[in-house]
Ligand binder design. Structure first.
Ligand code: DAH
Length: 458
């Protein structure tokens, strides 16, 4: 498992030296394996390090219909993209509205190029197959009950992404180091929970939202800055729990657990399961479901009884609700034996042809093992250095040819200067890379790391 301090569902932005407290998690319970873009929300608020944010927040709101957003000078280091118009949630959005040379914008072209790909809507893709299998479960057990959304626009307001689901103002997930901001009031959603409040306000009481979500992150075989989640919400009215002999919250929690245990059995068969108490800003009580699969405890999802405040603000005073969120990649990697998260994005037929509609859990047969090539790079960091920024630079140059960026040495000298040595693993899943190609990539990485991250190469 990753040696960096990764949280159960999703990772921390920077290596954290101290062990992180796990609220309510019993220290006697062995940790489940932690991988594939999991939750940062299972932490209470952590203060943002504002000094490291070289961004002045200015007021401006994003309007998807606005054509007035100005395109500023093209940043030299950005790679050209092929298409500059993308369709999102039924709207056409131009690159200039998303990638802006503005201090309140940190969306690179490498991320813009992923918008609108919607892997979860492809029936032959492992993520689409998994989504459909989850739909099948809900359709069978709750016929015509759950409304399904898989085409909601991933560009959302800060309010929808954070405020409406009660993410504290100082929570680390709000930082520019963790989240892609289009402007100070607009982000690429970092979780599908961003749609909870709006759908509740519109009157939906049973719904599933599937979508691509975006997070600035480190690079390894289980982390990718774009991944996919499914959110589920079920609202109860007093008539549901009246006469059950238990209070509304317990009633919702029991129903939630029953529903999700059934889902886990539907996907994984007769596995051993356990519930772990945890923390999410949007639920109370909050739980994680883990299953014992292939000799390890695997975190499957986060969930809980929705905070009453969310319901109240959506005009649902008298109701209770449960909610869950799960990462499709992490489950698909296990169910289909997919060893590297980049594979979900490959167009290589040797990958795509192995999966077909409705076939959950067909085991992926690796078609190649091209050798990795390692390049080390040492530099003196500055105060504002973050690993996520480094990874963004590397991905911007090498794209999916970078497999891992790993801190292998870290020391501070007598003068108080800190040096980091990172090892970059380059490997294509599709072909052999030439020395020349890799040297060229590494050269560009070195150049941009120095110019963009204000570090001094050693
Ligand atoms: N939004 C959480 C995340 O991205 C996942 C989640 C946890 C969603 C609990 C929920 C929930 O709706 O109740 O990590």
């Amino acid at each position: 498992m990753p040696t960096k301090s990764k949280l159960p569902l999703f990772p921390l932005p920077e290596p954290q030296p101290q062990p992180q407290p796990q609220p309510l998690r019993s220290s006697l319970v062995p940790m489940a394996i932690s991988f594939a873009n999991a939750t940062i929300f299972s932490k209470p608020s952590l203060f943002l390090q504002r000094s490291t944010l070289a961004f002045c927040l200015r007021f401006s709101s994003f309007s998807t219909s606005s054509a007035t957003v100005q395109f500023h000078a093209h940043k030299k280091w950005r790679q050209p993209v092929t298409s500059s118009l993308v369709e999102l949630g039924g709207l056409k959005i131009s690159r200039e509205e998303i990638v802006k040379d503005d201090p309140t914008n940190n969306v690179p072209d490498s991320i813009f190029s992923k918008l609108g790909m919607q892997l979860h809507r492809r029936d032959q893709h492992p993520l689409g197959i998994l989504k459909n299998a989850i739909y099948d479960y809900f359709d069978t057990n709750y016929p015509n009950k759950f409304d399904k959304f898989d085409n909601l626009c991933p560009i959302v307001s800060v309010k929808a992404n954070f405020d409406d689901v009660l993410v504290p103002a100082d929570h680390i997930s709000r930082s520019y180091n963790d989240t892609y901001y289009v402007d100070s009031q607009t982000v690429l959603r970092c979780h599908t929970s961003a749609h909870q409040a709006e759908l509740l306000s519109k009157g939906h009481t049973h719904f599933l939202v599937t979508g691509d979500v975006y997070r600035r992150d480190s690079i390894d075989s289980t982390h990718y800055p774009v991944f996919h989640q499914m959110e589920g919400v079920r609202v109860f009215a007093p008539a549901d729990w009246d006469g059950s002999g238990i209070d509304a919250t317990s009633y919702a929690a029991e129903d939630l657990k029953k529903c999700l245990e059934g889902l886990a059995r539907h996907l994984f068969g007769g596995v051993e399961m356990r519930w772990i108490d945890t923390y999410f800003p949007f639920t109370s009580p909050s739980f994680e479901l883990e299953i014992f699969f292939q000799e390890e405890w695997l975190e499957v999802l986060g969930c809980g009884v929705m905070e009453q405040e969310i319901l109240k603000r959506s005009g649902r005073m008298d109701n209770v609700a449960w909610a869950f969120g799960l990462g499709l990649e992490r489950l698909a990697m296990v169910l289909f034996d997919i060893p590297d998260i980049r594979l979900f994005w490959t167009m290589d037929e040797r990958f795509t042809s192995q999966f077909s509609k409705g076939q959950l859990g067909v085991k992926f047969k690796p078609f190649s093992k091209y050798p990795p090539c390692y390049k080390d790079m040492s530099f003196w960091i500055s105060d504002s250095f973050t690993e996520n920024n480094l990874c963004e630079v590397v991905r911007g140059i090498a794209g999916d040819l970078v497999e891992e960026v790993k801190l292998i040495d870290n020391f501070t000298n007598k003068k108080g200067m800190t040096s980091h040595c990172y090892r970059i693993a380059y490997r294509s899943m599709e072909r052999s890379l030439t020395d020349e190609e890799i040297n060229d990539l590494q050269w560009k990485v070195r150049e941009q790391v120095e110019s963009k991250l204000k570090v001094v190469l050693r």
